[in-house]
Design a protein around this ligand. Structure first.
Ligand SMILES: NC(=O)c1ccc[n+]([C@@H]2O[C@H](COP(=O)([O-])OP(=O)(O)OC[C@H]3O[C@@H](n4cnc5c(N)ncnc54)[C@H](OP(=O)(O)O)[C@@H]3O)[C@@H](O)[C@H]2O)c1
Length: 245
């Protein structure tokens, strides 16, 4: 008997921000489970390397800037053209800065808002019509942050976008669950990725040893997707055992 899980083999999953960090870790974990992947990010070379590693019959890479709705649509379209359907979408692409509210320029502020919040909205708007067309539900797993539930020093704009993702997900859960579309927030605390390294922290920083690993987040994503369809997980917060909250 054992615990009932939902096999992911053959399921079609689209991931944004798949070229690095948490998105890449999700791609690897889902590939190991047998899922078929549509990988979106701006760095084409990294996407091509992943597709080569996974096999062109098991993955497709699509250069996607999530700030552009048409490119989010293209990612979903590529998944459906290649694999015939879409089972899950993981809006994960994100960016941020550790700096005071006036310490970075207008373009950088707009980039954080457009990538983290608008990019999540565009990605979901691209996927939902496909779920509806198929008529058998779907999964939206948003990689947000614990920053979506509290203030963060020197990361106000980023934190605001993460709160926005939380509000979006709570509303979409109400809007979509009647159609069998599950909406989950995966909310990690600090994770050792390029994001953490590139914004004011450096490799070897003693703080980093205490961070979560990207694989820890990927494990949560896989677990949520593997749950039987009668279960919906709305929020999963992940903290390192070492990190003070
Ligand atoms: N690391 C942490 O401490 C932490 C903690 C909590 C939550 N998170 C969240 O986790 C998510 C992933 O972050 P990460 O830590 O894995 O960061 P990362 O290693 O820097 O990876 C970010 C990913 O997002 C993609 N991306 C950035 N801007 C994009 C855009 N405009 N269009 C498409 N893709 C874009 C990047 O790909 P390209 O550059 O190739 O486009 C990359 O694949 C983010 O939403 C972040 O807020 C991270």
């Amino acid at each position: 008997m054992g615990i009932e899980t939902r096999p992911l083999a053959g399921q079609v999953v689209a991931i944004t921000g798949a070229s690095a960090g948490i998105g890449e870790a999700c791609a690897r974990a889902l590939h190991e489970k047998g899922a078929l992947l549509a990988l979106g990010a701006r760095r084409d070379k990294r996407l091509r390397e992943l597709v080569e590693e996974f096999g062109a019959d098991r993955a497709v890479g699509v250069v996607t800037d999530v700030r552009k709705p048409s490119e989010c649509n293209d990612l979903i379209k590529a998944a459906v053209e290649k694999f015939g359907r879409l089972d899950s979408v993981i809006p994960n692409a994100g960016t941020g800065f550790y700096a005071g509210i006036c310490e970075y320029d207008d373009e950088a502020v707009a980039d954080v808002i457009d990538t983290n919040y608008a990019g999540t909205v565009w990605t979901i708007r691209a996927a939902v019509p496909q779920f509806r067309k198929q008529g058998d539900g779907g999964d939206i797993v948003i990689v947000a942050s614990v920053a979506g539930f509290r203030g963060g020093g020197n990361e106000a704009v980023y934190t605001g976008t993460k709160h926005a993702q939380v509000g979006l997900a709570g509303s979409l859960d109400r809007e979509l669950r009647g159609e069998g579309i599950r909406v989950t927030l995966i909310c990690p605390a600090a994770v050792e990725t390029e994001y953490a390294l590139g914004r004011g922290r450096t490799a070897g920083d003693s703080q980093m040893a205490n961070y979560l690993r990207a694989d820890d987040v990927a494990h949560a994503v896989v677990t949520v997707l593997e749950q039987p369809r009668r279960v919906r997980t709305t929020v999963w917060q992940l903290w390192s055992i070492h990190e003070p909250s």
